[in-house]
Unconditional design. Structure first.
Ligand code: DAH
Length: 339
């Protein structure tokens, strides 16, 4: 009997040794200690043992049971530790890793400049309107007094969809669209994208933005135009800013002018920024041509007004002292976040 028990113990120990997962360990427990297990079978065989030997044998069975149980428990604890350690290694959390920063977007310099211009004109009672970027040739040219054979059309004769439709070369067609609606008086600005087949360089892009302005009312004079643009320039570039109106020609205004502002960098003395002249050109403007008013259904005897067109990129470049227009379109966050 003693040998039998030793044998059971040795077998159990071997199988415990061979177990690599808790489930197998449990199988061993059932096999040797369970109700139908081998040790239980030995106990059941006690009836055949001489009664006087029974206590001794019983003790031996219990000892064997205890030993197997102890071995099972010890192995289980070891096994769990190994499993836990392996898991710790696999699921490493490196608390020293720098956290991922949340990179926030930022308004584009064009947007900041546009909002500034809108704020100034809305403050003077202007409405902000929009027109289509894909425009009829008729609105982009004809209704603005630029007939098919006009030389002014040449430099803007650009991206045609078909012979009647063009990617607008200026925001001026919005003037015609608003005047045609017939609601007078008009005080509006119309910002938006325009297109020309210009080569890309530091001051040109085939796609850029303009802000058109239009005022139509009774008794509007060139003095109103001058006063308005003077206020605009002072608001935008500072109260010291002076303006200068130079005669110019645009087909849809008469008279027409280009407006320069005194260089806000050197105050007019002349510097690299204003190329030594002390002045910086910022926009084109003029009194709306009577023929344009007529074409849009407005009686030039009764109503008149002025218009202007500003290049948005030009304002952004000047205001933020950016020396290359291409930077505005590259979307490099390191550049954009400076404004
Ligand atoms: N549309 C002109 C251009 O793109 C700019 C302009 C000049 C607009 C005079 C105007 C204006 O409204 O009166 O060059």
């Amino acid at each position: 009997m003693k040998e039998k028990l030793e044998q059971i113990k040795a077998e159990a120990a071997a199988q415990i040794q061979a177990s690599d997962i808790p489930e197998k360990l449990n199988d061993v427990r059932v096999k040797f200690l369970g109700k139908k297990g081998e040790l239980t079978a030995v106990l059941k065989g006690m009836k055949d043992v001489d009664p006087k030997d029974r206590p001794k044998i019983g003790q031996m069975v219990n000892d064997t049971r205890a030993e197997i149980e102890a071995l099972l428990e010890e192995t289980r604890i070891k096994m769990e530790r190994v499993i836990r350690e392996r898991k710790m290694k696999e699921e490493v959390i490196d608390v020293t890793l720098p956290s991922r920063k949340n990179v926030m977007g930022h308004r584009h310099p064009n947007t900041i400049a546009l909002e500034e211009v809108e704020r100034i004109f809305v403050g003077m009672g202007y409405e902000v309107v929009e027109g289509p970027e894909v425009e009829y040739d008729e609105y982009n040219f004809e209704k603005l007094n630029i007939p098919a054979d006009h030389p002014a059309k040449d430099e803007q004769d650009t991206f045609y969809i078909n012979k009647d439709i063009v990617l607008r070369t200026q925001t001026s067609p919005v003037q015609a669209r608003v005047m045609e609606q017939g609601k007078l008086p008009i005080r509006m600005i119309a910002p938006g994208r325009v297109f020309r087949s210009d080569e890309v360089d530091a001051t040109h892009s085939p796609s850029f933005h303009q802000i058109e302005g239009l005022v139509i009312d009774k008794n509007i004079s060139f003095a109103d135009l001058k006063g308005t643009l003077e206020v605009f320039a002072k608001e935008l570039f500072g109260p010291e800013t002076k303006t200068k109106f130079r005669p110019h020609h645009f087909p849809f205004t008469e008279p027409s002018a280009e407006v320069d502002v005194s260089c806000f960098k050197c105050g007019g003395k002349g510097c690299r920024f204003c190329k030594g002249s002390g002045w910086i050109e910022i926009l084109g403007c003029g009194m709306v041509h009577p023929h344009v008013l007529e074409m849009c259904g407005i009686d030039p005897e009764e109503y008149g007004g002025f218009a202007f067109g500003v290049g948005l990129e030009r304002i952004a470049l000047l205001k933020y002292e950016i020396d290359d227009m291409r930077l505005l379109y590259e979307n490099d966050v390191r550049f954009l976040k400076q404004f």
